[in-house]
Design a protein around this ligand. Structure first.
Ligand SMILES: Nc1ncnc2c1ncn2[C@@H]1O[C@H](COP(=O)(O)OP(=O)(O)OP(=O)(O)O)[C@@H](O)[C@H]1O
Length: 289
């Protein structure tokens, strides 16, 4: 179990944010850190990894103290046994895939490294250089490399955000599978609600530097829209008058929808406005695509 209770004053875009998070992250549970930009999600992961020093607080993993401001304990990142995957696939370009994994291991063990590649279906790539791989393949190797460190906790900072929708969806499945096989405490930063829904057992939703909501994705997100059957968040791309009605074009994830509005609803919508699109009663048609 990873137990954190951390305080840090962050220099936010509009002023100081008093960041405080207290949470226990159990092993085998996939956690998503969710919240608006600049709220401290990445900083939380960096503090757990030892790449950033909290102002005060404690971090404890399975009873081992990684950080304790009152006792002056602050283990180096190398001693914390943390696997970290960033969005920019930080692989060593001059090393083959297998060498990348070996480099990450504390005790070099080629058999173990090859086994990880095998379990993750990456055997065929083991002698390739990262520069010859696609974005999706590079991110799978970055994940394999993080696993090769035999971490106690896996930290994923928007690992799929630079990928196209199809690759992203495939890698979401793979992330889930990898998490289930290795049964680590996994903490992933994501902005994407559908991704959060698909992957997470638990969501930690941060707002104004504090925990705003915490629980299963269903509890955390659907309780926000308890009266509607369907609700999606999107952004207004266009809003125009057609005869006596207004039609707003709204981007929701990778989908664009048109919504008919009356003047009172349309009047405050400008391009770029964030909106929630919901409906209380309709019979959706679900088709396999
Ligand atoms: N060491 C630090 N000291 C003070 N402020 C910091 C420090 N590191 C980051 N910040 C500030 O804290 C705020 C939160 O940054 P962070 O990258 O953690 O946010 P985020 O929620 O991950 O954002 P995004 O979703 O855009 O990646 C930013 O305004 C950043 O400038």
């Amino acid at each position: 179990m990873l137990k954190v209770h951390l305080f840090k004053k962050l220099q936010g875009a509009t002023g100081v944010i008093d960041f405080e998070v207290k949470c226990d992250f159990e092993k085998g549970v996939f956690w998503t850190i969710f919240g608006e930009s600049g709220i401290g999600k990445t900083t939380l992961l960096r503090m757990i990894a030892g790449l950033e020093t909290p102002d005060s607080g404690t971090i404890e993993m399975d009873g081992e103290v990684w950080f304790d401001s009152t006792k002056g304990i602050n283990l180096t990142p190398q001693k914390r046994r943390v696997g970290f995957v960033f969005q920019n696939y930080a692989l060593f370009e001059h090393m083959s895939v297998l060498e990348n994994l070996l480099f990450a291991q504390t005790h070099k063990d080629a058999k173990k490294a090859e086994k990880i590649l095998h379990v993750m279906g990456l055997d065929v790539l083991k002698n390739r250089l990262p520069s010859t791989l696609s974005g999706g393949q590079r991110q799978r190797i970055a994940l394999a490399r993080a696993i090769a460190q035999e971490p106690k906790v896996l930290l994923l900072d928007e690992p799929l955000s630079a990928l196209d929708a199809l690759t992203r969806s495939r890698l979401q499945d793979e992330l889930k599978k990898t998490h289930d096989i290795f049964k680590l405490a996994t903490l992933m930063v994501s902005h994407d609600r559908s991704e959060v829904f698909k992957l997470s057992d638990q969501v930690l939703w941060l707002k104004e530097g504090k925990i705003f909501n915490q629980g299963s994705p269903r509890k955390v997100f659907l309780s926000q829209h308890s009266t509607s059957k369907f609700a999606f968040e999107g952004e207004v791309l266009d809003c125009e008058k057609r005869d006596s009605i207004y039609v707003a074009t709204i981007g929701i994830g990778n989908t664009i929808v048109e919504v008919v509005l009356d003047e009172s609803e349309a009047i405050n919508l400008t391009v770029g406005t964030s909106v929630s699109v919901s409906t209380k009663a309709f019979a959706p048609i679900v088709k396999i695509i």
